[in-house]
Design a protein around this ligand. Structure first.
Ligand code: FES
Ligand code: FE
Length: 425
């Protein structure tokens, strides 16, 4: 039966109880929740759209999806990045159909209106002939979209009233610095894109706080000797900050798995405390709300320890379907040999053919399937998220609320708490 928006919101308020560790399964499989999410979450918040290094040169551009609508991101000057709704202002035709390129102007495939990569409408075919002398093009520019960058990570939003990206990321920036602020970073190659039959929140949930699954789901990696032991994932900290952001920091690690040559660059970009954490880091896994997960993972390739860094977006394209886009990042000034090994490590672990990725996506798909079930026991099924519910936070050098090991569900509770806040606003 049709439910009103008010009924959906009331039902959410009654059944989603993150602070008690109760999350109902239906929020991962319900069409109404999915549609409301589009309006309350994805049209409201900042969403990741790419990395600055993807458009390094003047007039480079990429097209990306922002909450279901295509946008063009252009570098129109040396240092000027703009974003526009990828829609011709004449009849609304999709203006640019390429994923990326280098262009100063864009011509609409329908009637040929021309737009500069700064948004102005600069040409209308046969303008004087058919529209006359006084046709005004000046109000036919492309619709600008808010885009802001933090340490090379580009986020955009449809929400004119949204707080600044800086405020939205808040204290979590301290940890984003470890990820992409430690050195000048660049994306290697095209981002990988693949479809998984899963609700996007399963991905965010898994990366924001589910270190618990690694010893079983990814147990084969320990058996292969690529990581030290089956419980390698427990040691460290679980930390969350405001707005649903959170991460898991694997500590300590006796080996420095970053390029030795870049120690000085790291030191100049980080505080002493941050450098100390980076140097002793085993791995770092987290999620920037809503759907940008990230990872610094350490493995051994050809007998040598190596780290690889990536960000991945769980872009919803249906209640039980998402497009995963994964960007692999490296330190721009690292030796080529190091970059190659880091890329090999990434492909071996996290990519459609990677060991971890294949393990995880099996799980994500099955969970979504049961959450979408129509039988009463499936509709009333509640997940237990009480792990660490009564544990006290510990002192940590970085900001946020920290717990003394990674096996906790504090971060998932924090993620769903903020999600619920937005959904019921
Ligand atoms: Fe673009 Fe007509 S729709 S020129
Ligand atoms: Fe996993």
């Amino acid at each position: 039966e049709e439910k009103s928006k008010g009924q959906i919101i009331d039902h959410l308020k009654q059944t989603v109880l993150p602070e008690e560790g109760i999350i109902p399964a239906y929020i991962l499989g319900d069409e109404d929740v999915y549609n409301l999410e589009h309006e309350k979450v994805f049209l409201k918040t900042w969403v990741f759209v790419g990395h600055e290094s993807e458009i390094p040169k003047k007039n480079d551009f990429i097209t990306r999806e922002l909450a279901g609508y295509s946008i063009i991101i252009t570098r129109s000057g040396e240092d000027e990045i703009n974003a526009f709704y990828n829609m011709c202002t004449h009849r609304g035709m999709k203006l640019c159909r390429a994923d990326r390129g280098n262009k100063r102007t864009f011509q609409c495939p329908y009637h040929g209106f021309n737009f500069k990569n700064t948004g102005e409408c600069i040409g209308v075919p046969l303008q004087k002939d058919i529209y006359g002398e006084d046709f005004d093009r000046s109000n036919m520019g492309l619709n600008q979209v808010r885009i802001e960058s933090y340490k090379g990570l580009l986020f955009a939003t449809w929400n004119e009233e949204a707080e600044s990206l800086d405020d939205f990321l808040g204290e979590f920036k301290w940890y984003i610095d470890l990820l992409v602020g430690r050195a000048e970073m660049e994306v290697i190659g095209e981002p990988q894109r693949f479809i998984v039959n899963a609700n996007w929140k399963v991905g965010s949930d898994n990366f924001v706080g589910d270190s618990y699954h690694t010893m079983v789901t990814h147990g084969s990696i320990a058996k292969l000797g690529m990581v030290p032991s089956a419980t390698y994932s427990k040691q460290g900290y679980q930390i969350y900050t405001d707005n649903g952001h959170g991460l898991n920091l694997g500590l300590p690690n006796p080996v420095f798995a970053f390029p030795e040559e870049l120690k000085e660059e790291f030191k100049s970009n980080l505080t002493e405390e941050q450098f100390e954490i980076l140097s002793n880091m085993k791995n770092m896994i987290g999620n920037i709300f809503p759907n940008l997960s990230f990872l610094i993972s350490h493995t051994e390739i050809k007998g040598q320890p190596i780290s690889n860094t990536s960000v991945r977006m769980w872009r919803p394209i249906g209640v039980n379907k998402m497009e995963v886009t994964a960007w692999m990042l490296v330190e721009k000034n690292a030796p080529q040999e190091w970059k190659d090994r880091s890329r090999d490590a990434f492909i071996l672990t996290f990519s459609p053919s990677g060991i971890f990725e294949q393990d995880d996506t099996e799980v994500f798909t099955d969970i979504t399937l049961t959450a979408s079930g129509k039988m009463p026991f499936q509709k009333n099924f509640k997940y237990n998220y009480t792990m660490g519910l009564h544990r006290e936070p510990v002192d940590f050098v970085g900001p946020g609320v920290a717990y003394g090991d990674k096996f906790s569900e504090a971060n998932q509770r924090n993620f769903y708490k903020y999600w619920l806040e937005l959904m019921t606003e």
